[in-house]
Design a protein around this ligand. Structure first.
Ligand code: 5AD
Ligand code: FES
Length: 360
């Protein structure tokens, strides 16, 4: 079966029937793969240009009440050294992000109940008071709609919450009892309804994930229409029940980045740190497969070393200014530049107004 016509169809219609989509998840020839990547990056460039947006991540606490079986900071990993950043340390990390020209900060943590909604809202509004043009993204897990509303009212712009898998059985295999696809998706719906730019996503190659599961994830994303999608390979962590599992495939991750770009042309799509960990050129390959965001870490180095979701995480010894220079060079080498704008989601109208951009 020649996949080129399917890639073209996906690129034009931004959709494919389930059975055709499934064919794209199987083996493809080197030529088909090159065509998939080229089509996806042309689409990304038509919407956002040859730009890569940076988001500075502040990992402000690795305490977590949850016990996700894949994650290194799960509550029952007694070997994880726990820390919390003070408000001053968080603001200092944001200042560093500003200094480096990152126009988005992502505040990420485990599900740490020691921060009240007011604490989070105070942090968000202080960041907005000091740097009004900086976008603030939260990535702090499942909350009630009322909590999300408070963060939004405090000025938060975006929220990342990967859906992880849309299949209930697979979800139950990856997560402790008490967590559910239903509540996860309820959170995502609430966030979108409130007005956040919302990101969902999943790991590729997580234990027991099937091609059918991935297909369901793609259909879920097509239906949900996220503004952002976080897709990275699963990487085992030695302190978790999945320590001995195999890592997810970089190649499949790249195929999925391209497919998602073609299904959701305007989506903000990171080449994730997990991708850069699994392959030294992973982030470059991700950008060339249609991704357009990189999320360097701006936490203090002592915190970076402790916020370990999977083994071997890159950039934990380097400070943010080093990564900034490194990324500038890496992106330049593949013909992209780092954008210093906020990198908000572009609507279809914005897209049409930039469609004159050179698509080569
Ligand atoms: N490998 C890859 N990604 C992971 N995440 C958590 N643990 C791992 C792992 N072992 C991802 C999850 C989570 C995000 C913050 O990091 O998808 O949503
Ligand atoms: Fe961190 Fe290269 S991006 S060292």
């Amino acid at each position: 079966m020649n996949l080129i016509p399917l890639i073209d169809k996906l690129s034009v219609e931004n959709n494919l029937p389930r059975e055709e989509l499934k064919l794209l998840l199987g083996n493809m020839t080197t030529e088909e793969e090159a065509y998939l990547f080229a089509t996806a990056r042309t689409t990304a460039q038509a919407v956002y240009g040859r730009n890569v947006f940076l988001r500075g991540i502040v990992e402000f606490s690795n305490y977590c009440r949850n016990d996700c079986r894949y994650c290194g900071i799960r509550a029952s990993n007694a070997n994880a050294e726990r820390y919390r950043l003070s408000i001053e340390q968080i603001l200092e990390s944001c200042r560093r992000a500003q200094e480096l020209g990152f126009m988005t900060v992502v505040l990420q943590s485990g599900e740490d109940l020691s921060y009240s909604d007011d604490d989070i809202s105070d942090i968000v509004s202080e960041i907005k008071r000091r740097w009004p043009t900086c976008a603030v993204t939260l990535s702090i897990g499942e909350k009630t709609r009322e909590s999300y509303q408070k963060y939004y009212d405090a000025g938060a712009d975006r929220y990342l919450l990967r859906h992880e898998t849309s299949n209930p059985l697979h979800y139950a295999y990856l997560h402790p009892s008490g967590m559910s696809v239903r509540n996860r998706q309820r959170c995502l719906e609430d966030l979108k309804d409130i007005g956040f730019q919302v990101g969902c996503g999943m790991m590729v190659g997580s234990p027991m994930q099937t091609t059918e599961n991935i297909l369901e994830d793609l259909l879920f994303m097509k239906d949900f229409q996220p503004h952002m999608a976080g897709i990275g390979p699963f990487i085992p962590h030695s302190g978790t029940p999945f320590a001995e599992e195999s890592p997810g495939s970089v190649q499949l991750t790249l195929h999925l980045l391209s497919i998602i770009r073609l299904m959701l042309p305007n989506v903000l799509l990171p080449a994730t740190t997990a991708l850069g960990t699994s392959d030294p050129m992973g982030r470059e390959k991700g950008i060339l497969a249609g991704a357009n965001v990189i999320m360097p870490n701006v936490s203090p180095v002592f915190a970076k070393k402790k916020y370990i979701l999977y083994d071997g995480k890159i950039c934990t010894d380097e400070d943010a200014s080093y990564c900034n220079r490194c990324l500038e060079m890496r992106m330049k080498r593949i013909g992209y530049s780092i954008s210093r704008s906020r990198g908000d989601y572009k609507t279809l109208d914005d897209f049409q107004s930039v469609s004159h951009i050179d698509k080569t």
